[in-house]
Design a protein around this ligand. Structure first.
Ligand code: ZN
Length: 174
């Protein structure tokens, strides 16, 4: 496994619609998934989409942290690794909620984005088996953010407000 370089919007791959994965026996796919997990944890981030490491394929990985504070905040969603290939949102709650997002491909910024409170995602696991995930709250937000990446959509396209992080890394509204 290795940590890959996370690309920024100056690389056009980030804005391309990624292609569906068909060959699950491909060793390169398995290596990509392992590297994506390692890259996400190294960053550290809570989610990563393949286009962010310049691979235009429909693959996302998500893991909410499981430190003490996160356990309180995310409950049973904390620390669970989700690897979803060809993910698709098949159901969204009517209710939406604004939340503050950041993106490993747009370092140093935060933005306020309206997202569905809950979504149902279907797709395949890394071996091609069908999976379905019901996500709520923060996990649902991360799924929506990562799946947008597969269509070349960034959170800054949807944000009602964007601001720069302070030098200390704290979110400061301007
Ligand atoms: Zn992102």
């Amino acid at each position: 496994m290795s940590v890959r370089t996370i690309i920024t919007p100056d690389n056009e791959v980030l804005r391309k619609k990624a292609r569906r994965v068909a060959d699950f026996a491909d060793e390169k796919l398995q290596r990509l998934i392992d590297d994506m997990v390692e890259t996400m944890l190294d960053a550290p981030g809570v989610g990563l989409a393949a286009p962010q490491v310049a691979e235009s394929q429909r693959v996302i990985v998500i893991r909410l942290p499981d430190d003490e504070e996160s356990l309180e905040e995310y409950g049973r969603d904390a620390g669970i690794l989700h690897v979803v290939v060809n993910p698709e949102i098949i159901k969204s709650s009517r209710d939406t909620v604004e939340g503050v997002e950041a993106c490993l491909s747009i370092p140093g910024f935060f933005g306020k984005v309206d997202r569905h409170v809950a979504v149902t995602v279907k797709g395949q696991d890394r071996h091609g088996r069908d999976i379905r995930i019901k996500a709520r709250d923060w996990l649902a937000r991360v799924f929506q953010h990562e799946i947008d990446h597969l269509d070349g959509v960034l959170y800054i396209d949807k944000a009602s407000e964007i601001w720069r992080a302070s030098p200390e890394g704290e979110a400061t509204e301007e």
